[in-house]
Design a binder for this molecule. Structure first.
Ligand code: NDP
Ligand code: MG
Length: 383
């Protein structure tokens, strides 16, 4: 079945893999958006001929404008964060896929939903920072939120039987454990970005790769799961599954467990979000059970990996506490990637901001931005 897609964050790891899926199935690309990597964007424009392109960084937008001048069937260029929001809201696509990284993805998610679009969501930060706004808008507009994150896609796939879904009692959220699994704080203290950027199973953007090393990613995913599936934090168990073959599982009232498996390749969950409720052939190879000798399981070490403990505290506190944890993490990861802080500082700063106030209650989008700014300022003041 033919589909028309707007893809936000097209130049990133999820963005380019989404275009692999689109290429294979001959999907039409209505709009593409990126921050500043216009060399990649130009190649995507040449191949997919989108009608609109949004570039957030002003200087990059100027460069792309110059490159597109005189080009036959050049896309219309939309500029800055406002351009990203405008594109997300535009009529034309069947679905908007948001693969922007960080809280920058939240206004685009809200714009897409408010305009009545189904949203395929890779940008977990939208739910972590503004979960209440996003899920309210989804309910009001009657649109679909289709998870792209592999664990959440797995859970979603396990819940397709509506009868069983009503009897969901527990989610088993799997985690690879990241490159530093098994290490204690004294071994982690000297870790540099070169060490943290080596993920054992997945090839992802820099920010989420660091989040996987600190286990912040699992904390963000726990919060994402609470919003998507409506279970409280204490009914979501993190299970370390080192091979990343079981992508997550669900447990029902009778203690029966159903898991979703496959080779670790994001094109499966990306494609499922686009073809749901149908399934199509995939560019991903099948799981080879003859080569798969064993699957291992372990528990996550929250004493060592404080980001995970901080995210649990944040979702229990509610309100804007998860937004604060996310903002502190985004700022801390930025500083870590610039070699300005140590690996363990990330967890210290995220936990520090969560502990710093109560955060409860309802919030507006402006409150989310204010809280994000507060959390970033907290990090800079507590180096
Ligand atoms: P990348 O860093 O590889 O790509 C991020 C994309 O977002 C790029 O297109 C980038 O543009 C764009 N971008 C960055 N900053 C902004 C901004 N301020 N405004 C608009 N666009 C921006 O990230 P990933 O693809 O790894 O991750 C994307 C999202 O998907 C994240 O939320 C991540 O947590 C989630 N995710 C990723 C997985 C993975 O396997 N990679 C797995 C599951 C979830 P440019 O290239 O021009 O900078
Ligand atoms: Mg994931």
């Amino acid at each position: 079945m033919s589909k028309t897609i707007t893809l936000l964050g097209s130049t990133g790891s999820i963005g380019t893999q989404s275009l692999d899926v689109a290429r294979m199935h001959g999907y039409t690309i209505f709009g593409l958006a990126a921050h500043s990597r216009i060399e990649i964007l130009q190649k995507q424009i040449a191949e997919f001929h989108p009608r609109y392109v949004a570039v957030v960084d002003e200087a990059a937008c100027d460069r792309l404008e110059a490159e597109l001048t005189g080009m036959a069937d050049a896309p219309r260029l939309l500029r800055g964060t406002e351009g990203l929001r405008t594109l997300a809201a535009m009529d034309g696509p069947d679905v908007v896929l948001n693969a922007v990284v960080g809280i920058a993805g939240l206004p685009a998610s809200l714009a897409a939903i408010e305009s009545g679009h189904d949203l395929a969501l890779a940008n977990k930060e939208s739910l972590v920072t503004g979960g209440h706004l996003v899920t309210d808008a989804v309910r009001r507009k009657g649109v679909r939120l289709l998870p792209v994150d592999s664990e959440h896609s797995a859970i979603f796939q396990c819940l397709q039987d509506q009868h069983s879904a009503k009897r969901l009692t527990k989610i088993l959220l799997t985690a690879s454990g990241g490159p530093f699994f098994g290490m204690k704080q004294d071994q982690l203290a000297g870790k540099k970005k070169e060490d943290a950027l080596k993920h054992p199973n997945w090839n992802m953007g820099a920010k989420i790769t660091i989040d996987s090393a600190t286990l912040m990613n699992k904390g963000l995913e726990l919060i994402e799961a609470v919003w998507l599936f409506g279970l409280p934090e204490d009914k979501i168990q993190i299970v370390v599954q080192r091979e990343s073959v079981i992508h997550s599982a669900v447990q029902f009232a009778d203690n029966s467990v159903i898991a979703q498996m496959g080779v670790p390749d994001m094109r499966i969950p990306i494609q499922y979000a686009l073809t749901w409720p149908d399934r199509l052939p995939s560019p991903v190879p099948e799981l080879d059970f003859a080569a798969l000798k064993s699957l291992s399981f372990d528990v996550a070490d929250e004493e060592t990996f404080r980001c995970l403990a901080a995210c649990k505290k944040a979702i229990r506190k509610g309100g804007l506490a998860p937004c604060a944890a996310n903002g502190a993490n985004e700022e801390a990861v930025r500083l870590f990637l610039q070699d300005k802080i140590g690996f363990l500082d990330i967890g210290r700063l995220v936990e520090g901001v969560v502990d710093s106030q109560s955060f409860g209650g309802d919030y507006t989008l402006q409150d989310v931005y204010d809280c994000d700014a507060m959390a970033r300022a907290y990090v800079r003041a507590h180096l």
